[in-house]
Design a protein around this ligand. Structure first.
Ligand SMILES: NC(=O)C1=CN([C@@H]2O[C@H](COP(=O)(O)OP(=O)(O)OC[C@H]3O[C@@H](n4cnc5c(N)ncnc54)[C@H](OP(=O)(O)O)[C@@H]3O)[C@@H](O)[C@H]2O)C=CC1
Ligand SMILES: CC(C)(CO)C(=O)C(=O)O
Length: 335
């Protein structure tokens, strides 16, 4: 099948390489040195999904109309990347593989004629040097139709991806996006400290901050009536309780997630942007919590403090110690 991947970084590069390995005709978009490396030598994949060099067609924009398309940019780049390819993509079914809550809405605005499916990557993958993608945790991808999308379109993506990696289909995409947003609370502290997710949960001061940010988000979600889907074997009904108990209870989720990531250090996608000297997606992760809280007349001071610290590190390029983080994030306050 002719498949396009818009934004062949850590996630998009992995999916493009796996689809190429599975025999599909893959075209990708990328930029700068990464694009030059892919054009010269292909996408070099290694790690948990095995090694493969994918010699795919690559450009700044797509040259050919695909049968199915995948968007895998960071949240802040989605609209521009879609607009640059809108003429080719309009009407083509699109899978939006993105963390945060807003990717489907943006895609619907730019491509009103395209059936949309959301993708939540549970695997962990790194793009730290041009052309190279390394999988640090080979976990599945979860997909679900946007409201109004024909289930047959979801099935087409499930069949496409199922030939390359493990896929789970969810009924209620928005509930799953909220659960993934909780999981992505592990992203901010590595971006602030330079540590891996696994090192972050091993540091008692950082684990406390992480648990406090999670508990704050669950309390807000409980107040505004959010339902969490079950994801990664964690039943959805358990998650509201993380907002009602002590920090030690909320800390169990990141500890479990870090264990499932295994022994290979996972920087998370936000620290990878810092390491590449780029702006991060934090406004779409903890920043989305702050925004949704405000819309409902609530405060999210812990999430807001984490967003501010990530922006500090983007500006200064200097990581903070765990003691400094503990000093600057107000974990004792109530939501
Ligand atoms: N990495 C991971 O393990 C996981 C990531 N995710 C989520 O998946 C999404 C993608 O993340 P990730 O793959 O890590 O991000 P990356 O930054 O690694 O990849 C995004 C790629 O898109 C490229 N890009 C951005 N805008 C354009 C454009 N207009 N035209 C062409 N290429 C463009 C970027 O180029 P450039 O480098 O020049 O910016 C980059 O190569 C995010 O929402 C992330 O939160 C979810 C689960 C796991
Ligand atoms: C779950 C996790 C942390 C995997 O790396 C992720 O979604 C990300 O890095 O954005």
């Amino acid at each position: 099948m002719r498949v396009a991947v818009i934004g062949a970084g850590a996630v998009g590069g992995l999916l493009a390489a796996l689809l190429d390995r599975a025999g599909h005709d893959v075209e990708v978009t990328a930029r700068g040195e990464h694009l030059a490396a892919i054009r010269a030598d292909g996408i070099a994949l290694d790690g948990g999904y095995g090694s493969h060099v994918a010699r795919v067609t690559a450009g700044e924009v797509l040259g050919t109309r695909p049968e199915l398309a995948i968007l895998a940019t960071k949240g802040q780049d989605a609209e521009a990347a879609l607009r640059a390819n809108a003429a080719v993509l309009e009407g083509v079914p699109l899978l939006v593989v993105q963390n945060g809550l807003g990717g489907i809405r943006v895609a619907g605005e730019v491509l009103p004629g395209s059936p949309l499916v959301g993708g939540l990557a549970l695997f962990a993958t790194s793009y730290l040097s041009p052309g190279r993608i390394t999988v640090t945790a080979a976990l599945p991808i979860v997909i679900g139709g946007a409201p109004g999308t024909d289930p047959a379109v979801v099935e087409r993506f499930a069949t496409l991806l199922g030939g390359a990696l493990s896929v789970e289909v969810v009924e209620r995409l928005e509930d799953a996006q909220w659960t993934k947003l909780l999981i992505n609370h592990v992203n901010a502290l590595p971006a602030i400290t330079g540590l891996s997710v696994q090192q972050t949960v091993e540091d008692p001061a950082l684990l406390r901050v992480l648990a406090a940010s999670l508990r704050e988000t669950v309390r807000i979600a409980n107040r505004i009536g959010i339902r969490f889907a079950g994801l990664q074997g964690i039943p959805g009904w358990v998650l509201p309780w993380l907002g009602r108990g002590p920090l030690a209870l909320a800390a169990r989720l990141p500890r479990l997630l870090a264990r499932r990531m295994g022994d290979v250090p996972n920087p998370g996608s936000t620290l990878q942007s810092i390491r590449r000297g780029q702006l991060t997606e934090i406004d779409f992760l903890n920043g989305a919590v702050v925004r949704v809280a405000r819309e409902h007349g609530l405060d999210a001071p812990i999430n807001a403090a984490l967003v501010a610290l990530v922006h500090d590190v983007e500006r200064t390029g200097t990581f903070l110690s765990s003691a400094e983080v503990a000093r600057r994030v107000p974990t004792s306050g109530r939501v």
